[in-house]
Design a protein around this ligand. Sequence first.
Ligand code: TXA
Ligand code: MG
Length: 318
Amino acid sequence: MARIDTDIAHAAALLKSGELVAIPTETVYGLAANALDATAVSKIFAVKNRPSFNPLIVHCRSVEQAALYAHLTDPRIFELAAEFWPGPLTLLVKRKDTIPDIVTAGQPLVGIRIPNHPLALELLNAIDFPLAAPSANPFGYISPTAPEHVLEQLGDKISYILNGGLSEVGVESSILSFAEETPALLRFGGVPSEKIEQLIGPIHIMGDHATSAPLSPGQLASHYAPRKKLILGNADELREKYRNQNYTLITFSKKYPDIAPEKMFVLSEKGDLHEAAHNIFRVLREADKTDSTLILAEPVPAEGLGNAINDRLKRASA
Ligand code: TXA
Ligand code: MG
């Protein structure tokens, strides 16, 4: 069984010897390997049961380190990095061949971000290579925002989980691709699209264009999914329609006192989207564990972090 602890030197030693370590980030926990060691990286795909056509994000400690693995030529990259790094924004930029093919799944772009978590940064400073890391969950399931979530699902497959407490942001990074002249947002995440556009002007929003052959598998129609069936809609209408069923309800801010408290989840009683994002994956996990057969959920306001939350709810319902 994996150990949960805060020993940076131990985590660094495991990574140096080609082992995997689960690491905290501000978005979700990651399952990390030395990004320059193709054999170590291949273990990520095995442990997650992840298709090998799905590329991994490379976590760096600095822009200077990122420049060793990617062509950072577009000035907008530096504007974004200055504003949002360390933070929940992944940039897809032209790769250098210093990064192994397995990391990018052979694609011409590499995904790079600097995570904004003190332990992750301390760890990145204790090693001389970047970390390839997807979210530390079995492929397709809900992302982990606490060390215990990782332990529950991958605890028998890895030996160490670096304990950084709860992930502050709670949804994954926003993914912005520089494949073409106009950058494209491939995944709504921790940096709202509005803030990106304020800084660098209009971008293409691809977050909604889910297909079965996606540019970015975070775009797969069914992803981030609980095991139970989840139905998304207006809370009052869903309650009426499924009144004879044993359901769990997830709302943005309204509490229905007639529902048993263990089956009533409010994402943010004060209606705050940051708090709702922080809670969404934990709530989906807990809703998946009740004895109800069905999860009913309502979308949150479609602005700022709300777009990332609604995107995860939509995929959870697919
Ligand atoms: O917040 C996050 O981004 C977390 C933490 C651990 O950093 N990581 C994460 O990784 O969510 P993952 O692998 O679960 O999701 C990354 C998404 C995948 O859908 C992947 O296909 C896409 O990013 N991606 C990564 N590199 C790519 C590339 N070179 N080209 C296209 N898509 C890429
Ligand atoms: Mg993931």
